[in-house]
Design a protein around this ligand. Sequence first.
Ligand code: PLP
Length: 336
Amino acid sequence: MTPTLADIKDAARRIAGRISRTDMALSPSLTERMGLPVHLKLESRQTTGSFKLRGASNAIAQLSATARGKGVVTASTGNHGRALAYAAKLEGIRAVICMSSLVPANKLAEIERLGAEIRIVGDSQDDAQEEAERLARESGLSMVPPFDDPHVIAGQGTLGLEMIEAVPDATTVLVQLSGGGLAAGIATAVKALNPDTRVIGISMARGAAMKASIDAGHPVNVTELPTLADSLGGGIGLDNRLTFSICRNLLDDIVLLSESEIAAGIRHLYAVEREIAEGAGAVGVAALLAGKINAQGPIVTLVSGRNIDMTLHRKIVDGDATEFERLDTQRNGRAA
Ligand SMILES: *Cc1c(COP(=O)(O)O)cnc(C)c1O
């Protein structure tokens, strides 16, 4: 069940015609700041605006003819739903996307535009997940989970292959960490190719489910809170099958960031690198800027997505404190 390097290489062949191989760009400014080469893997430029198309495409490519006839269903904070909707449309397959009311309007509109059926349920990722499971049981739709699935993990892992191919001497790889499909896939590929390369997971301090679970020694629920890194929200599932153990075994460290640190990452990517990133996409760069990463050699930082509300983005790059940054200083015991 646990995906291997061979599964990830198979996934790379399977999805080659369906996704873009995104650029790896050296960042002169971050290189100067760190005193080490810093490379940005610009997966924010992937079709649909995030890496989620890799896992979704790999999962859809392996459905039987019968399953294709019935369609796919998932629960998603936005980017996985959008990727699955896109991949399904490409193959003429029905897609039903369940999400919570926390999903930003721009992400919802994008999915609707792709012709998928949308169900808004509850106010947490867990509520959306329950609805997707019910539809899978009752309507025979195939569930394509956002992270805890071997095909999805293998698809996301193709990023690890591209990273090591482009920067074979990478000593440290910075990867966004939420449900852990991305980190599990990348760490599996990177560690198999270069066992000494460190893979560090980055989450927001407000509701980092995988970090809390690894600290507890088993999957735990965390309260889902508003954050600039909305794509990193949600739990890992109390019945997590794969990503919890893979992340616990393979990640060398997990770094947590405040809302102002995440905002600084978005601002730097725009003003200096000339890239648009959403909060989740910017956390690797943000961790470097915050001085929270120690490395001995070349660093690869993933920019995982760009699907941010542009009004919010403008506010951040203009240097206006957002409602999220004010949350950093709240003293209600829930803020970072
Ligand atoms: C989904 C997502 C992540 C986190 O991926 P997981 O597999 O859930 O850990 C990070 N960044 C973006 C932009 C995402 O859409």
